[in-house]
Ligand binder design. Structure first.
Ligand SMILES: C[S@@+](CC[C@H](N)C(=O)[O-])C[C@H]1O[C@@H](n2cnc3c(N)ncnc32)[C@H](O)[C@@H]1O
Length: 299
């Protein structure tokens, strides 16, 4: 038996119930909304014991080593690091994606982009689809799995984000199917002979107005990458640039699908109409009734 094992076995620090109480108290003091639930999830991560079994087995003695592992995770969460980064994972479109602070944590409302991309390709199964600002790769992976014959390209300006995206593509068996490129918006595909070839460009771009970043909750402003959040003075810099760049690559009738922030949809649609290259065929609302995805068809 090693010295570390001796220490762990010799000092059964406390009961599971006590550890849960201590952890929940620490998270509550840090202002976490559901401290008991999150404490249970962190304990589950370390002990592989479901929250239900934690209640049943509250008298179980926990080794000092496991107590320390739980406390280390609780300390990170109490520092307002997002739970998803602490646990290293987020579910999106029914699948798990690994997440680190180099990528935005996927949001459920972005599923609207996947739904619409898949709907538009229903009659063109071998469509070419480009995901701009792929981050964790959640959109590219979800589209590629929903459209097994599609050609999917994923682009991000961040090399660190692309490492994460590639990891998720491998995890979902898609590394050979999705081509990844580092670069600014569509620059990376400019030399690929894709002029007038793309069926769908989808993007969840950064769309927080620069001046609003400081008002976001600590989990977002202190941990999620600024490149994934900051969209210029009014949050719509990237939308404007995509409206300008996308027509060169889209087929006539091809679509540009962009997620937008609260109150931005009308302005983004106006920009698109003003370009003379698109007509707005839909604005999709999220579950909160907020205009969330602008759908533009190339004329
Ligand atoms: C809001 S995140 C979206 C991530 C992911 N698609 C999702 O929906 O969870 C925006 C992503 O765009 C990338 N990005 C920001 N500006 C970019 C640019 N000019 N060119 C390419 N990617 C950019 C960021 O690095 C970030 O990964």
């Amino acid at each position: 038996m090693t010295q570390r094992q001796v220490a762990s076995v010799a000092s059964p620090a406390e009961s599971l119930g006590a550890l849960l109480g201590e952890s929940g108290g620490r998270l509550a003091a840090a202002g976490i909304d559901q401290p008991a639930l999150e404490a249970a999830w962190l304990v589950e991560y370390v002990l592989s014991l479901s929250p239900l079994m934690q209640r049943v087995d509250a008298e179980r003695r926990i080794t000092a080593a496991d107590c320390e592992r739980v406390r280390a995770l609780v300390a990170r969460r109490a520092n307002r690091e997002p739970l998803q980064y602490v646990l290293g994972t987020q579910e999106f479109y029914g699948r798990d994606f690994c997440v680190t602070p180099s990528v935005l944590i996927p949001r459920q409302e972005s599923a609207l982009l996947v739904d619409e991309a898949v709907r538009r390709c229903a009659h063109t199964p071998s469509a070419t689809v480009v995901d701009v600002g792929t981050g964790s790769g959640c959109l590219a992976v979800s589209v590629a799995l929903a459209l097994p014959e599609a050609r999917v390209l994923a682009i991000d300006a961040s090399a660190d984000a692309l490492v994460q995206a590639r990891g998720n593509m491998v995890q979902h068996g898609l590394n050979a199917r999705i081509a990844c490129f580092q670069g600014d918006l569509l620059a990376a595909i400019a030399e690929m002979g894709l002029a007038d070839q793309v069926d769908v460009i989808l993007s969840n771009p950064p769309y927080i107005a620069d001046g609003d970043i400081a008002t976001l909750q600590p989990e977002v402003k202190n941990f999620e990458p600024r490149l994934a959040l900051a969209g210029g003075p009014d949050g719509m810099d990237v939308h404007r640039r995509l409206i300008e760049q996308a027509p060169a690559y889209l087929k006539p009738g091809g679509v540009l699908l962009m997620e937008v922030g609260f109150g931005q949809a009308a302005a983004v649609c106006r920009e698109a109409e003003r370009s003379g290259q698109f007509h707005t065929y839909a604005v999709l609302q999220d579950e909160g009734g907020i205009d969330r995805v602008v759908c533009l068809e190339k004329k």
